[in-house]
Write a protein that binds this ligand. Structure first.
Ligand SMILES: C[S@@+](CC[C@H](N)C(=O)[O-])C[C@H]1O[C@@H](n2cnc3c(N)ncnc32)[C@H](O)[C@@H]1O
Length: 392
């Protein structure tokens, strides 16, 4: 994807005297600590913040359903898990959405009964229509799928189920309330809560890598004050070239669905991870930015692009889902090395300082993500991201 119009516009605006007007890079605090904190629903507008749940519009539901890296993998995992269990296993689909997508896949794969629970009344109403259509087409048996209105944490099912499907994974894996939803499902809905084969996915992970973000480098006070974002991360398409990774990605958060100690309240301190700034990545990033900029024909701007390429703006975060117990079916919103690719999930860029920090190859960065959980699925998690820079 080309540099966004806004980014290209920002570059062009700087064209006459680019290096002299470029906002200064940050001076680090005394201990070299960089941080960001935000609440899960912060970037999603009033409706989400009021309900406490991240809400989706029609285009978001469509993007999920047609995500070719996601939906077929779920179908594979569901079919694999129900193989040999046709007519026997009962299934709960938490957050079935307006198309009852995964519920219908499970029913077609032979589930004896599928309970499809949805918290948003309009989505549940439409899910019923899709189920009726699937019944009429003979794709599923009448009554095989039952759509239930409400939060999974508030409904009582007629029976405990053999398999829980829960695609409630955000761009930061836990941001859609996975801890509270899954812990409740372990206690009240699953027959074998601590058996990994009771869950799809079996784990939801957040990957992270330090990144440059061209707009952050190119725009600064007085025209634009990034501090006004107050820690709320920027969310970008996973293919956006405005964001380039400076190091290989690391696992910064993991929610294991069969975990008997899955927390629902308090602070979850995920293990600290270490990144080494990769000179080859910086050179490749400079080439990407320069290629975008050269279309403008300005050598000054190409040099500016090269310097943007080694700026640390923050940590890029994105999800990876492990769907099967053997660890062979994964859904990744970026490639295995963090490559940009098409996905309905966003790449979340948590800016770690008001101005970017210039890095060099072999500099190191350690980072940890602490998640504060409020107990209920409608209490959005709060995130605290801390990073320390260790210059080479
Ligand atoms: C990411 S969408 C997934 C929709 C659909 N399952 C799919 O895979 O395309 C998540 C859906 O779950 C619903 N949801 C989230 N947490 C829920 C919960 N604990 N109980 C019921 N619905 C929930 C949301 O309203 C939303 O419709």
């Amino acid at each position: 994807m080309a540099l966004s119009t806004a980014a290209a516009g920002a570059l062009c605006a700087l064209a006459p005297v680019p290096n002299s007007v470029r906002p200064a890079a940050a001076a680090l605090g005394p201990a070299g600590t960089l941080e960001a904190s935000w609440t899960a629903t912060d970037s999603f507008g009033d409706r989400s913040a009021q309900a406490g749940l991240i809400a989706f519009d029609e285009s978001a539901y469509k993007a999920m359903a047609s995500d070719r890296r996601r939906t077929p993998q779920f179908a594979r995992a569901i079919q694999k898990r129900l193989e040999g269990k046709a007519g026997e296993w009962s299934v709960l689909d938490i957050g079935t959405g307006p198309y009852a997508l995964l519920a219908i896949i499970a029913a077609k794969a032979g589930a004896r009964k599928v309970y499809a629970v949805e918290a948003v009344p309009e989505a549940a109403r439409r899910a019923r229509l899709f189920v009726a259509k699937a019944e009429k087409n003979g794709d599923v048996r009448p009554g095989q799928i039952e759509v239930i209105d409400g939060l999974s944490t508030e409904v009582t099912l007629p029976e405990k189920v053999d398999l829980v499907i829960a695609e409630i994974i955000g761009s930061v894996a836990s941001e859609e309330g996975a801890h509270a939803t899954i812990r409740d499902a372990q206690l009240r809905h699953a027959k074998r809560p601590h058996d990994v084969s009771s869950w799809i996915p079996v784990a939801a992970q957040t990957l992270a890598a330090p990144c440059s973000y061209s707009l952050h480098s190119l725009l600064g006070p007085p025209e634009f004050d990034w501090a006004k974002l107050d820690g709320v991360p920027v969310r970008l398409n996973c293919r956006a070239s405005e964001v380039q990774l400076l190091a290989d990605p690391q696992l910064i958060e993991e929610v294991r669905f069969a975990d008997p100690a899955l927390p629902v309240t308090g602070r979850v301190a995920n293990p600290r991870v270490r990144f080494a700034v990769d000179g080859a990545r910086l050179a490749a990033n400079a080439a990407v930015y320069a290629a975008e900029i050269r279309t403008d024909g300005s050598a000054d701007l190409a040099a500016l692009g090269a310097s943007v390429a080694s700026d640390l703006s923050g940590l890029a975060l994105w999800p990876r889902l492990q769907l099967d117990d053997e660890g062979t079916i994964f859904v990744e919103s970026r490639g295995p090395h963090g490559e940009a690719q098409k996905s309905h999930w966003t790449t979340v860029v948590a800016l770690l300082s008001a101005r970017p920090v210039a890095l060099k190859p072999a500099d190191q960065l350690t980072a940890s993500l602490t998640v504060e959980l409020g107990g209920a699925v409608t209490t959005p998690p709060r995130y605290l991201l801390r990073a320390d820079l260790l210059p080479a």
